[in-house]
Design a protein around this ligand. Structure first.
Ligand code: PMP
Length: 413
């Protein structure tokens, strides 16, 4: 298997050379990084942009008329332009820059949902959500007397779509669905969901955290109302992210944070806020981080999703086959449309013990509940191991991963 070419069109070794961290060793072994759903590694262009910002351009955004301030503002705003292109937003002004998906969803919870919710209303989500797409809704539900309902999934880890549609009853004011599950890799049929929500006049928020690193996203074609994403899973620095929303929502939503940068005029008898998106961006943002995120987007654009997606799917199939050959391995999530995330357990071994021993072999995988308690409850397990792939992973790494499982299995069982 090792002798097979990596890909006739995708030169993964050349791509790996762009990621300085991938060449390091861990416990004396070559690093095999399979925790990409947690956070991706960063190409040198991103690291250099952050470094260059502090070495050459550091200043605050918007407030300065001097050249450094202009350069810092241009770098920050270039991330907004890049994101607008990346997710096909109609206008750069429909992109609010945030610290990540968590902030983006909380912004919608407090600025959009809370003022609209009342006793008896509900928010519909699904059993496969990350806590970031559950807990904010519970917090605003507790304040407003609304309820949070969760649509079920099946044993394959797919949303039972007809059930979801049945649950879109008149008291539902907002639906919140992940585009791709961070635990199962399941891709949800967001277009159909958006169509049904719109028919019923229900706003739809999509958590795009795990989708944007893997597939092209077109928010207009999806037809949702809100799309939340995080930068650090898509090659960008931590503490960067965005919320895209329909213009009418951004116009009607009050600011969530107050402070500098988000106002037009402040008076004690009434403050006038800036227009969206700036009214949602109070305070000094992660300027260096957004300078890096702009480069991350450029990097994706240069590679093209067609190539990266095909390679990731090749790796997903290969890894699933190889893992399935190991006696006692149970894989969670067999969706027809799946991104390269594999959750699994080895019969008789604790997930954390296995992950710890794999780490000693240089293999970085995640073990735990993956911030998805309701999903773990559905499968009746406290935790899983998760190997999550990126386009810079190789077949040889999957072979090393499987060999390491076979080796540590002997120690554990
Ligand atoms: N949603 C999903 C599906 C995720 O995988 C994550 C990150 N694990 C989040 C939300 C939260 O993202 P962040 O911590 O970057 O805000």
């Amino acid at each position: 298997m090792n002798a097979q070419p990596q890909s006739p069109v995708f030169d993964v070794e050349r791509i790996r050379a762009d990621f300085p961290l991938l060449s390091r060793t861990v416990h004396g072994k070559p690093l095999v990084y399979l925790d990409n759903a947690n956070t991706s590694q960063k190409p040198a262009v991103v690291i250099d942009a952050v470094d260059r910002h502090y070495r050459e351009h550091n200043a605050n955004v918007a407030r300065a008329v001097h050249l450094l301030g202009e350069e810092a503002t241009a770098a920050y705003e270039s991330a907004r332009d890049g994101l607008a292109r990346f997710i096909h937003a109609e206008s750069r002004d429909d992109i609010v820059l945030t610290s990540g998906t968590t902030q983006s969803i909380n912004l919608v919870a407090y600025s959009y949902a809370l003022p609209r919710l009342k006793e008896g209303d509900s928010i519909l989500t699904t059993v496969m959500e990350h806590h970031a797409n559950i807990v904010p809704w519970q917090l605003v539900a507790a304040r407003s007397g609304a309820k949070v309902k969760a649509a079920p999934i099946d044993e394959r880890g797919e949303l039972i779509v007809e059930k979801f549609f049945d649950m879109l009853t008149p008291e539902v004011k907002l639906a919140c669905v992940t585009h791709v599950s961070n635990v199962l890799g399941t891709v949800n049929p967001v277009r159909e969901i958006a169509r049904e929500c719109r028919k019923r006049g229900i706003a739809l928020l999509v958590d795009g955290s795990q989708a944007v690193p893997h597939r092209p996203v077109d928010v207009k074609a999806l037809g949702c109302d809100f799309y939340a994403l995080t930068g650090h899973k898509m090659l960008g620095p931590t503490g960067t992210g965005a919320l895209w929303a329909r213009r009418e929502h951004l116009q009607s939503m009050p600011p969530f944070f107050g402070g500098g940068e988000m106002i037009r005029e402040v008076r004690f008898d009434g403050t006038v806020f800036a227009d969206a998106p700036h009214k949602f961006e109070a305070g000094t943002p992660n300027i260096a981080g957004f300078a890096g995120l702009a480069q991350a987007i450029g990097y994706y654009e240069e590679l093209g999703f067609e190539a990266t997606h095909a390679w990731e799917q090749t790796l997903l199939t290969y890894a699933t086959e190889r893992l399935s050959e190991i006696p006692g391995v149970r894989i969670f999530g067999q969706a027809k449309d799946k991104e390269p995330v594999i959750s699994f357990l080895l019969e008789g071994a604790q997930a954390t013990d296995l992950a710890t021993l794999l780490d000693l072999e240089g293999i970085a995988v995640r073990s735990g509940h993956h911030c998805a308690h309701p999903l773990m409850q559905f499968f009746g397990v406290p935790a899983t191991l998760r190997a999550s792939l990126a386009f810079y992973n190789t077949r040889a790494e999957i072979d090393a991963f499987v060999a390491a499982i076979l080796k540590v299995r002997k120690l554990l069982l």
